[in-house]
Write a protein that binds this ligand. Sequence first.
Ligand code: FAD
Length: 444
Amino acid sequence: MKPRHARIDRRKLLSGGMSMAAAFAVTGRPAAASDADIVVIGAGAAGIAAARTLREAGRKPIVLEARRRIGGRAFTDASLGPAYDAGAMFIHWAERNPWVQIARDLGIATAAESWGSGFKVFAEGRPMADEDRRRRRAAFGQIDRRLETVDLGQRDMSIAELLGDLGPDQAPIAASGLLLSIGEESSRISARDYQRLWAGDDLVVPSGYGNLVAASATGLDIRLDEPVSAIRWGSRGVTVTSRSGEIRAQGCIVTVPVGVLKAGAIRFTPELPAATRDALAGIHMGALTKIAFRVEGDRFGIAPGTSFLEAGAPGRLVNFDMFPDGRDLVIGYFGGDYARKLSEAGTEEARTQIVDMLAQMVGGDFRKTVKAVSFPAWWTDPFARGSYSVCAPGHEGARAALAQPIGGRLLIAGEATAGGGAMTVGGATLAGRAAAATLARLKA
Ligand SMILES: Cc1cc2nc3c(=O)[nH]c(=O)nc-3n(C[C@H](O)[C@H](O)[C@H](O)COP(=O)(O)OP(=O)(O)OC[C@H]3O[C@@H](n4cnc5c(N)ncnc54)[C@H](O)[C@@H]3O)c2cc1C
Protein backbone atom coordinates (compact mmCIF):
# COMPACT_ATOMS: atom_id res chain seq x y z
CA MET A 1 0.00 0.00 0.00
CA LYS A 2 1.26 3.48 -0.81
CA PRO A 3 2.02 6.06 1.85
CA ARG A 4 -1.23 7.53 2.97
CA HIS A 5 -0.93 10.68 5.01
CA ALA A 6 -4.60 10.67 5.93
CA ARG A 7 -5.99 7.28 6.72
CA ILE A 8 -9.59 6.76 5.91
CA ASP A 9 -9.84 3.47 7.73
CA ARG A 10 -7.60 3.63 10.75
CA ARG A 11 -7.10 5.69 13.85
CA LYS A 12 -3.99 7.23 15.17
CA LEU A 13 -2.96 8.33 18.62
CA LEU A 14 -1.55 11.65 19.47
CA SER A 15 -1.37 12.84 22.99
CA GLY A 16 -1.48 16.49 23.97
CA GLY A 17 1.37 18.38 25.52
CA MET A 18 3.53 21.37 24.87
CA SER A 19 4.88 21.81 21.40
CA MET A 20 8.61 21.19 21.27
CA ALA A 21 8.70 23.56 18.32
CA ALA A 22 7.34 26.31 20.53
CA ALA A 23 9.70 25.36 23.32
CA PHE A 24 12.77 25.45 21.09
CA ALA A 25 14.87 28.50 21.76
CA VAL A 26 15.15 30.96 18.90
CA THR A 27 18.81 31.68 18.43
CA GLY A 28 18.06 35.30 17.58
CA ARG A 29 21.55 35.59 16.15
CA PRO A 30 21.48 37.83 13.06
CA ALA A 31 22.88 36.45 9.85
CA ALA A 32 25.02 39.52 9.28
CA ALA A 33 27.28 39.84 6.24
CA SER A 34 29.90 37.25 7.02
CA ASP A 35 31.77 34.25 5.79
CA ALA A 36 30.48 30.80 6.56
CA ASP A 37 31.38 27.26 5.70
CA ILE A 38 28.16 25.84 4.28
CA VAL A 39 24.70 27.40 4.38
CA VAL A 40 21.61 25.23 4.58
CA ILE A 41 18.34 26.91 3.66
CA GLY A 42 15.30 25.64 5.52
CA ALA A 43 15.04 23.94 8.93
CA GLY A 44 12.63 21.16 8.03
CA ALA A 45 13.55 17.49 8.12
CA ALA A 46 15.89 17.79 5.12
CA GLY A 47 17.70 20.88 6.37
CA ILE A 48 18.13 19.47 9.88
CA ALA A 49 19.49 16.19 8.48
CA ALA A 50 21.84 18.02 6.13
CA ALA A 51 23.18 20.22 8.92
CA ARG A 52 23.63 17.25 11.23
CA THR A 53 25.50 15.23 8.59
CA LEU A 54 27.74 18.20 7.81
CA ARG A 55 28.52 18.63 11.50
CA GLU A 56 29.40 14.97 11.81
CA ALA A 57 31.79 15.45 8.89
CA GLY A 58 33.52 18.25 10.78
CA ARG A 59 31.90 21.14 8.91
CA LYS A 60 30.21 24.20 10.43
CA PRO A 61 26.85 24.64 8.75
CA ILE A 62 24.55 27.58 9.36
CA VAL A 63 20.83 26.98 8.78
CA LEU A 64 18.65 29.89 7.66
CA GLU A 65 14.94 29.39 8.29
CA ALA A 66 12.16 31.74 7.19
CA ARG A 67 9.69 30.80 9.92
CA ARG A 68 9.92 31.49 13.62
CA ARG A 69 9.88 27.79 14.30
CA ILE A 70 11.71 24.63 13.29
CA GLY A 71 10.29 21.61 11.48
CA GLY A 72 8.69 22.99 8.31
CA ARG A 73 5.88 20.72 7.20
CA ALA A 74 6.36 18.55 10.30
CA PHE A 75 4.55 20.67 12.87
CA THR A 76 2.74 19.69 16.05
CA ASP A 77 0.19 22.43 16.63
CA ALA A 78 -0.84 23.03 20.24
CA SER A 79 -2.73 26.28 19.55
CA LEU A 80 -6.10 24.62 20.26
CA GLY A 81 -4.99 23.20 23.60
CA PRO A 82 -4.92 19.50 22.75
CA ALA A 83 -2.06 19.03 20.29
CA TYR A 84 -2.30 17.50 16.84
CA ASP A 85 0.05 17.09 13.90
CA ALA A 86 -0.93 19.78 11.41
CA GLY A 87 1.50 18.37 8.83
CA ALA A 88 3.21 14.99 8.87
CA MET A 89 1.83 12.43 11.30
CA PHE A 90 2.93 8.94 10.23
CA ILE A 91 6.42 7.47 10.15
CA HIS A 92 5.84 5.66 6.87
CA TRP A 93 7.71 2.52 5.73
CA ALA A 94 8.98 2.23 9.28
CA GLU A 95 11.16 -0.78 8.38
CA ARG A 96 13.70 1.57 6.78
CA ASN A 97 12.66 5.00 7.97
CA PRO A 98 15.52 6.83 9.76
CA TRP A 99 13.04 8.42 12.18
CA VAL A 100 12.56 5.16 14.05
CA GLN A 101 16.20 5.28 15.13
CA ILE A 102 16.25 9.05 15.65
CA ALA A 103 13.26 8.78 17.99
CA ARG A 104 14.94 5.93 19.86
CA ASP A 105 18.14 7.94 20.25
CA LEU A 106 16.18 10.89 21.62
CA GLY A 107 14.16 8.69 23.99
CA ILE A 108 10.90 9.66 22.25
CA ALA A 109 8.28 6.91 22.02
CA THR A 110 6.78 5.69 18.76
CA ALA A 111 3.74 3.43 18.55
CA ALA A 112 2.06 1.14 16.09
CA GLU A 113 -0.85 2.69 14.30
CA SER A 114 -3.99 1.57 16.10
CA TRP A 115 -7.29 0.52 14.61
CA GLY A 116 -10.04 2.98 15.27
CA SER A 117 -13.51 2.64 16.69
CA GLY A 118 -15.45 2.38 13.48
CA PHE A 119 -15.95 3.90 10.08
CA LYS A 120 -19.09 5.58 8.77
CA VAL A 121 -19.56 6.67 5.17
CA PHE A 122 -21.89 9.53 4.26
CA ALA A 123 -23.18 11.06 1.04
CA GLU A 124 -24.20 14.71 1.36
CA GLY A 125 -24.56 14.30 5.11
CA ARG A 126 -26.71 11.13 5.04
CA PRO A 127 -25.47 7.58 5.62
CA MET A 128 -24.48 6.29 2.20
CA ALA A 129 -26.96 3.91 0.57
CA ASP A 130 -25.92 0.24 0.55
CA GLU A 131 -25.83 0.12 -3.24
CA ASP A 132 -23.47 3.12 -3.40
CA ARG A 133 -21.27 1.63 -0.69
CA ARG A 134 -21.02 -1.56 -2.74
CA ARG A 135 -19.92 0.50 -5.76
CA ARG A 136 -17.31 2.25 -3.64
CA ARG A 137 -15.95 -1.04 -2.35
CA ALA A 138 -15.71 -2.40 -5.89
CA ALA A 139 -13.58 0.60 -6.85
CA PHE A 140 -11.13 0.15 -3.96
CA GLY A 141 -7.76 -1.28 -4.86
CA GLN A 142 -8.24 -0.71 -8.59
CA ILE A 143 -5.13 1.47 -8.85
CA ASP A 144 -2.78 -1.05 -7.26
CA ARG A 145 -4.37 -3.89 -9.22
CA ARG A 146 -3.80 -2.09 -12.51
CA LEU A 147 -0.26 -1.10 -11.59
CA GLU A 148 0.55 -4.79 -11.16
CA THR A 149 -0.41 -5.60 -14.74
CA VAL A 150 0.05 -2.46 -16.84
CA ASP A 151 3.27 -2.03 -18.83
CA LEU A 152 4.62 1.43 -18.03
CA GLY A 153 7.92 0.55 -19.72
CA GLN A 154 7.01 2.21 -23.00
CA ARG A 155 5.48 5.37 -21.66
CA ASP A 156 4.27 6.98 -18.47
CA MET A 157 0.62 7.90 -18.00
CA SER A 158 -1.55 9.64 -15.47
CA ILE A 159 -3.43 7.66 -12.83
CA ALA A 160 -6.64 8.94 -14.45
CA GLU A 161 -5.59 7.30 -17.73
CA LEU A 162 -4.64 4.14 -15.88
CA LEU A 163 -8.20 3.96 -14.55
CA GLY A 164 -9.82 5.09 -17.78
CA ASP A 165 -11.41 1.75 -18.68
CA LEU A 166 -13.36 1.75 -15.41
CA GLY A 167 -15.71 4.24 -16.98
CA PRO A 168 -17.05 7.61 -15.86
CA ASP A 169 -18.98 6.20 -12.89
CA GLN A 170 -16.31 4.07 -11.24
CA ALA A 171 -13.04 5.79 -12.22
CA PRO A 172 -13.61 8.97 -10.15
CA ILE A 173 -14.51 6.86 -7.12
CA ALA A 174 -11.41 4.68 -7.56
CA ALA A 175 -9.27 7.81 -7.87
CA SER A 176 -10.85 9.72 -5.00
CA GLY A 177 -8.66 8.10 -2.34
CA LEU A 178 -5.67 9.82 -3.95
CA LEU A 179 -7.02 13.13 -2.69
CA LEU A 180 -6.28 11.90 0.84
CA SER A 181 -2.97 10.19 0.10
CA ILE A 182 -1.27 12.22 -2.63
CA GLY A 183 -3.45 15.30 -2.11
CA GLU A 184 -3.89 15.62 -5.87
CA GLU A 185 -6.29 14.92 -8.72
CA SER A 186 -5.55 11.68 -10.57
CA SER A 187 -5.03 13.40 -13.95
CA ARG A 188 -1.96 15.21 -12.56
CA ILE A 189 -0.17 12.22 -11.01
CA SER A 190 2.49 10.24 -12.88
CA ALA A 191 1.72 6.52 -12.65
CA ARG A 192 5.43 5.67 -12.81
CA ASP A 193 6.25 7.99 -9.95
CA TYR A 194 3.31 6.69 -7.93
CA GLN A 195 4.37 3.12 -8.60
CA ARG A 196 7.85 3.56 -7.19
CA LEU A 197 6.77 5.12 -3.87
CA TRP A 198 7.94 3.00 -0.97
CA ALA A 199 5.36 1.15 1.09
CA GLY A 200 5.51 -0.49 4.51
CA ASP A 201 4.28 -0.24 8.07
CA ASP A 202 3.30 3.05 9.62
CA LEU A 203 4.17 4.20 13.14
CA VAL A 204 2.92 7.25 14.97
CA VAL A 205 4.63 9.50 17.51
CA PRO A 206 2.22 9.94 20.43
CA SER A 207 3.93 13.17 21.52
CA GLY A 208 3.83 14.55 17.96
CA TYR A 209 5.91 13.93 14.84
CA GLY A 210 6.49 17.68 14.51
CA ASN A 211 7.80 17.79 18.07
CA LEU A 212 10.14 14.90 17.29
CA VAL A 213 11.55 16.64 14.21
CA ALA A 214 12.04 19.86 16.18
CA ALA A 215 13.78 17.97 19.00
CA SER A 216 16.23 16.47 16.51
CA ALA A 217 17.52 19.96 15.71
CA THR A 218 18.86 20.66 19.19
CA GLY A 219 22.40 22.00 19.15
CA LEU A 220 22.45 23.09 15.51
CA ASP A 221 23.16 26.69 14.48
CA ILE A 222 19.70 27.55 13.18
CA ARG A 223 18.73 31.15 12.58
CA LEU A 224 15.00 31.68 12.59
CA ASP A 225 12.99 34.44 10.89
CA GLU A 226 15.58 34.59 8.09
CA PRO A 227 13.76 34.20 4.76
CA VAL A 228 16.31 33.82 1.98
CA SER A 229 15.55 35.99 -1.04
CA ALA A 230 18.61 35.56 -3.26
CA ILE A 231 21.49 33.17 -3.99
CA ARG A 232 24.47 34.05 -6.15
CA TRP A 233 26.39 30.95 -7.10
CA GLY A 234 29.54 30.13 -9.04
CA SER A 235 32.62 27.96 -9.12
CA ARG A 236 34.23 29.79 -6.20
CA GLY A 237 31.36 29.86 -3.76
CA VAL A 238 27.89 31.13 -3.01
CA THR A 239 26.45 34.31 -1.50
CA VAL A 240 23.11 33.97 0.23
CA THR A 241 20.91 36.99 1.00
CA SER A 242 18.40 36.72 3.83
CA ARG A 243 16.50 39.23 5.96
CA SER A 244 19.48 40.42 7.96
CA GLY A 245 22.23 40.38 5.39
CA GLU A 246 24.51 38.35 3.16
CA ILE A 247 26.53 35.28 3.94
CA ARG A 248 29.35 34.09 1.71
CA ALA A 249 29.91 30.37 1.89
CA GLN A 250 31.74 27.45 0.29
CA GLY A 251 28.48 25.77 -0.64
CA CYS A 252 24.76 25.79 -0.11
CA ILE A 253 21.98 23.22 0.28
CA VAL A 254 18.51 24.52 -0.57
CA THR A 255 15.75 22.53 1.14
CA VAL A 256 12.78 24.85 0.62
CA PRO A 257 9.72 23.14 -0.88
CA VAL A 258 9.45 22.90 -4.67
CA GLY A 259 6.40 25.18 -4.50
CA VAL A 260 8.54 27.93 -2.98
CA LEU A 261 11.19 27.53 -5.69
CA LYS A 262 8.57 27.57 -8.44
CA ALA A 263 7.00 30.72 -7.00
CA GLY A 264 10.34 32.50 -7.53
CA ALA A 265 10.71 33.40 -3.85
CA ILE A 266 14.49 32.96 -4.18
CA ARG A 267 16.27 34.75 -7.02
CA PHE A 268 19.22 32.74 -8.38
CA THR A 269 22.11 34.50 -10.12
CA PRO A 270 22.97 33.20 -12.62
CA GLU A 271 19.60 31.55 -13.14
CA LEU A 272 19.36 27.85 -12.42
CA PRO A 273 20.60 25.59 -15.24
CA ALA A 274 18.06 24.48 -17.86
CA ALA A 275 18.11 20.89 -16.55
CA THR A 276 17.11 22.07 -13.07
CA ARG A 277 14.42 24.37 -14.44
CA ASP A 278 13.04 21.52 -16.56
CA ALA A 279 12.97 19.30 -13.49
CA LEU A 280 11.05 21.95 -11.55
CA ALA A 281 8.58 22.27 -14.42
CA GLY A 282 7.77 18.54 -14.07
CA ILE A 283 7.03 18.65 -10.34
CA HIS A 284 4.25 20.52 -8.60
CA MET A 285 2.73 20.60 -5.14
CA GLY A 286 -0.27 18.60 -4.00
CA ALA A 287 -2.69 20.05 -1.49
CA LEU A 288 -3.44 17.60 1.32
CA THR A 289 -4.98 19.81 3.98
CA LYS A 290 -6.20 19.42 7.55
CA ILE A 291 -8.63 21.47 9.56
CA ALA A 292 -8.97 20.93 13.30
CA PHE A 293 -11.75 22.02 15.65
CA ARG A 294 -11.60 22.17 19.40
CA VAL A 295 -14.95 20.88 20.58
CA GLU A 296 -16.58 20.90 23.99
CA GLY A 297 -19.67 19.27 25.41
CA ASP A 298 -21.90 16.72 23.70
CA ARG A 299 -20.21 13.97 21.74
CA PHE A 300 -23.48 12.75 20.25
CA GLY A 301 -22.79 9.15 21.20
CA ILE A 302 -19.83 8.97 18.82
CA ALA A 303 -17.02 6.75 20.12
CA PRO A 304 -13.60 8.44 20.24
CA GLY A 305 -11.58 7.52 17.20
CA THR A 306 -14.52 6.94 14.88
CA SER A 307 -13.94 7.94 11.26
CA PHE A 308 -16.63 9.84 9.37
CA LEU A 309 -16.11 9.98 5.62
CA GLU A 310 -18.13 12.38 3.48
CA ALA A 311 -17.95 10.78 0.04
CA GLY A 312 -21.06 12.06 -1.72
CA ALA A 313 -19.04 13.87 -4.38
CA PRO A 314 -15.78 12.10 -5.38
CA GLY A 315 -13.95 15.41 -5.89
CA ARG A 316 -14.86 16.62 -2.41
CA LEU A 317 -13.85 13.72 -0.22
CA VAL A 318 -13.44 14.72 3.43
CA ASN A 319 -12.42 12.33 6.17
CA PHE A 320 -12.94 13.23 9.82
CA ASP A 321 -11.18 11.84 12.87
CA MET A 322 -13.79 12.23 15.59
CA PHE A 323 -12.28 12.88 19.04
CA PRO A 324 -9.06 10.99 18.25
CA ASP A 325 -7.55 9.39 21.32
CA GLY A 326 -10.37 10.92 23.35
CA ARG A 327 -9.08 14.43 22.74
CA ASP A 328 -11.49 17.36 22.40
CA LEU A 329 -10.74 17.56 18.70
CA VAL A 330 -12.35 16.80 15.37
CA ILE A 331 -9.83 16.77 12.53
CA GLY A 332 -10.85 16.91 8.87
CA TYR A 333 -8.64 15.90 5.91
CA PHE A 334 -9.14 16.77 2.27
CA GLY A 335 -7.02 17.39 -0.82
CA GLY A 336 -6.80 18.36 -4.48
CA ASP A 337 -8.69 21.25 -6.01
CA TYR A 338 -11.31 21.34 -3.26
CA ALA A 339 -8.53 21.93 -0.71
CA ARG A 340 -6.97 24.58 -2.93
CA LYS A 341 -10.27 26.46 -3.15
CA LEU A 342 -10.93 26.31 0.58
CA SER A 343 -7.37 27.40 1.36
CA GLU A 344 -7.77 30.39 -0.92
CA ALA A 345 -11.15 31.21 0.61
CA GLY A 346 -9.54 31.52 4.07
CA THR A 347 -10.12 30.21 7.56
CA GLU A 348 -13.62 31.62 8.16
CA GLU A 349 -15.06 30.22 4.93
CA ALA A 350 -13.34 26.88 5.51
CA ARG A 351 -14.74 26.76 9.03
CA THR A 352 -18.26 27.53 7.79
CA GLN A 353 -18.21 24.94 5.01
CA ILE A 354 -16.68 22.15 7.05
CA VAL A 355 -18.78 22.76 10.16
CA ASP A 356 -21.88 22.70 7.89
CA MET A 357 -20.72 19.35 6.58
CA LEU A 358 -20.25 17.99 10.10
CA ALA A 359 -23.59 19.38 11.24
CA GLN A 360 -25.29 17.48 8.41
CA MET A 361 -23.63 14.24 9.49
CA VAL A 362 -23.81 14.64 13.28
CA GLY A 363 -26.78 16.96 13.76
CA GLY A 364 -27.28 20.72 13.91
CA ASP A 365 -26.24 20.93 17.57
CA PHE A 366 -22.70 20.06 16.53
CA ARG A 367 -22.17 23.75 15.74
CA LYS A 368 -22.57 24.68 19.40
CA THR A 369 -19.71 22.42 20.42
CA VAL A 370 -17.12 24.06 18.13
CA LYS A 371 -15.01 26.45 20.19
CA ALA A 372 -11.95 27.13 18.05
CA VAL A 373 -10.42 26.25 14.69
CA SER A 374 -6.92 25.63 13.38
CA PHE A 375 -6.55 25.69 9.61
CA PRO A 376 -2.96 25.13 8.49
CA ALA A 377 -3.53 25.97 4.82
CA TRP A 378 -0.25 24.70 3.39
CA TRP A 379 -1.40 25.55 -0.13
CA THR A 380 -1.41 29.30 0.59
CA ASP A 381 1.46 29.21 3.11
CA PRO A 382 4.29 31.24 1.49
CA PHE A 383 6.93 28.91 2.95
CA ALA A 384 5.30 25.70 1.73
CA ARG A 385 3.00 26.46 -1.24
CA GLY A 386 1.40 23.05 -0.98
CA SER A 387 1.57 19.82 0.97
CA TYR A 388 4.24 17.84 -0.89
CA SER A 389 5.65 17.26 -4.36
CA VAL A 390 3.85 15.40 -7.13
CA CYS A 391 5.41 14.41 -10.46
CA ALA A 392 3.28 15.22 -13.48
CA PRO A 393 2.67 12.38 -15.97
CA GLY A 394 5.75 11.93 -18.16
CA HIS A 395 8.05 13.65 -15.66
CA GLU A 396 8.98 10.88 -13.29
CA GLY A 397 12.68 11.58 -13.97
CA ALA A 398 12.34 15.07 -12.51
CA ARG A 399 13.15 14.08 -8.93
CA ALA A 400 16.57 12.67 -9.82
CA ALA A 401 17.29 15.61 -12.15
CA LEU A 402 16.45 18.10 -9.39
CA ALA A 403 18.94 16.41 -7.05
CA GLN A 404 21.89 16.89 -9.44
CA PRO A 405 24.59 19.20 -8.00
CA ILE A 406 24.57 22.65 -9.58
CA GLY A 407 28.02 24.06 -10.34
CA GLY A 408 29.52 21.73 -7.73
CA ARG A 409 28.55 24.00 -4.83
CA LEU A 410 24.79 24.24 -4.85
CA LEU A 411 22.36 21.42 -4.17
CA ILE A 412 18.60 21.19 -3.98
CA ALA A 413 17.37 18.60 -1.49
CA GLY A 414 14.14 17.77 0.30
CA GLU A 415 11.23 15.42 0.05
CA ALA A 416 10.91 16.24 -3.66
CA THR A 417 14.35 14.74 -4.41
CA ALA A 418 13.81 11.58 -2.35
CA GLY A 419 12.87 9.12 -5.14
CA GLY A 420 10.74 6.34 -3.62
CA GLY A 421 10.78 8.19 -0.29
CA ALA A 422 9.33 11.35 -1.82
CA MET A 423 6.47 13.15 -0.07
CA THR A 424 7.62 12.02 3.38
CA VAL A 425 9.65 13.21 6.35
CA GLY A 426 11.82 10.11 6.15
CA GLY A 427 12.55 10.77 2.49
CA ALA A 428 13.41 14.40 3.20
CA THR A 429 15.88 13.24 5.83
CA LEU A 430 17.58 10.77 3.51
CA ALA A 431 17.76 13.42 0.78
CA GLY A 432 19.24 15.97 3.19
CA ARG A 433 21.88 13.49 4.33
CA ALA A 434 22.81 12.61 0.73
CA ALA A 435 23.19 16.26 -0.28
CA ALA A 436 25.32 16.95 2.77
CA ALA A 437 27.57 13.99 2.01
CA THR A 438 28.24 15.50 -1.43
CA LEU A 439 29.03 18.98 -0.13
CA ALA A 440 31.09 17.70 2.82
CA ARG A 441 33.70 16.69 0.25
CA LEU A 442 34.27 20.31 -0.75
CA LYS A 443 37.56 21.75 0.45
CA ALA A 444 36.91 23.80 3.60
C1 FAD B 1 -1.04 17.88 5.74
C2 FAD B 1 0.24 17.10 5.54
C3 FAD B 1 0.30 15.80 5.99
C4 FAD B 1 1.48 15.06 5.82
N1 FAD B 1 1.54 13.81 6.34
C5 FAD B 1 2.72 13.14 6.31
C6 FAD B 1 2.87 11.93 7.02
O1 FAD B 1 1.95 11.45 7.69
N2 FAD B 1 4.10 11.31 6.98
C7 FAD B 1 5.15 11.84 6.28
O2 FAD B 1 6.24 11.25 6.30
N3 FAD B 1 5.03 13.00 5.61
C8 FAD B 1 3.86 13.67 5.62
N4 FAD B 1 3.75 14.87 5.01
C9 FAD B 1 4.87 15.36 4.21
C10 FAD B 1 6.05 15.86 5.06
O3 FAD B 1 5.55 16.80 5.99
C11 FAD B 1 7.08 16.50 4.16
O4 FAD B 1 7.41 15.62 3.12
C12 FAD B 1 8.38 16.82 4.91
O5 FAD B 1 8.12 17.42 6.16
C13 FAD B 1 9.21 17.74 4.04
O6 FAD B 1 10.43 18.07 4.67
P1 FAD B 1 11.44 19.06 3.90
O7 FAD B 1 12.57 19.32 4.81
O8 FAD B 1 11.71 18.55 2.53
O9 FAD B 1 10.60 20.41 3.67
P2 FAD B 1 9.98 21.39 4.77
O10 FAD B 1 9.59 20.65 5.97
O11 FAD B 1 8.95 22.19 4.08
O12 FAD B 1 11.22 22.31 5.15
C14 FAD B 1 11.62 23.39 4.34
C15 FAD B 1 11.85 24.59 5.23
O13 FAD B 1 12.23 25.70 4.39
C16 FAD B 1 11.66 26.87 4.94
N5 FAD B 1 11.63 27.91 3.93
C17 FAD B 1 10.73 28.10 2.94
N6 FAD B 1 11.06 29.16 2.20
C18 FAD B 1 12.20 29.68 2.75
C19 FAD B 1 13.04 30.79 2.43
N7 FAD B 1 12.79 31.60 1.40
N8 FAD B 1 14.14 31.00 3.21
C20 FAD B 1 14.42 30.20 4.26
N9 FAD B 1 13.65 29.14 4.61
C21 FAD B 1 12.57 28.88 3.84
C22 FAD B 1 10.30 26.41 5.40
O14 FAD B 1 9.75 27.29 6.34
C23 FAD B 1 10.60 25.03 5.97
O15 FAD B 1 10.87 25.09 7.35
C24 FAD B 1 2.60 15.64 5.18
C25 FAD B 1 2.54 16.95 4.75
C26 FAD B 1 1.38 17.69 4.93
C27 FAD B 1 1.36 19.12 4.49
